[in-house]
Design a protein around this ligand. Sequence first.
Ligand SMILES: [Zn+2]
Length: 264
Amino acid sequence: MASSIHREQSGAALGQRPEPGSALAGGHSLIDDLVTANHILFHQGVLDAFGHVSARDDRDPSRFLLARNMAPARVTAGDVLEFTLDGEPVDAAGRRVYLERFIHAEIYRARPDVMAVVHSHSPSVVPFSVSRRTPMRPICHMAGFMGVHVPVFEIREAAGDGTDLLVTNGDLGAALARSLGQNAVVLMRGHGSTVVADSLKRVVYRAVYTEVNARAQLQASQLGDVVYLTEAEGLKTTGAVEGQAGRAWDLWEAAARADQWLRA
Ligand SMILES: [Zn+2]
């Protein structure tokens, strides 16, 4: 499939000299879209100073691309590093990496179908990670990808009481991947969520609409007696809507590019 993800673009075309050890040193075109994904997810209020988005390397499925440790809105092509499925950078060239890179590594290891991952602390989702009474469920057709059951990762079950709630090693990453199972979204108790998809554009769409659905569900629950999507409706709406994820990407990319602050 000829998508913008596969278009050829060199580091020189991006106007940047590759840093030693950066994924850009290989002249890899997926990086450009990963930078855009970082900017969109900040601009849409999914990522703030924290959280991250990654893409499986389309040239080597045993590797993935992720920025160095920095705020997503400030990521440039030269900041993108390549990682193994052990969660270690191939060559960080002395730069700091995200503490929670194991989220991405262990999900890519467990789910060969997953090509992109977003981990965020998007604010409307967090309340559903701690409520014992009200699980997150899809209430609108744009969020049918959630299915009827959104799992919650309880880190105490994996590592006991007294953790910092962060997924900072391979064992915790593997436990999170088990909680995710075959779902598209897993909530992380008292922390945030992780969303997966079979493409970068689709995972950005899902991360944005996970936050949108959480806001809508919070509002609907105040009205009471909420009707949720059924499993059949979830499957049907996912097929109908996600084929148009590129429309959302194009709009959000243009909006992010028009933001003076992000262009600085
Ligand atoms: Zn986190």
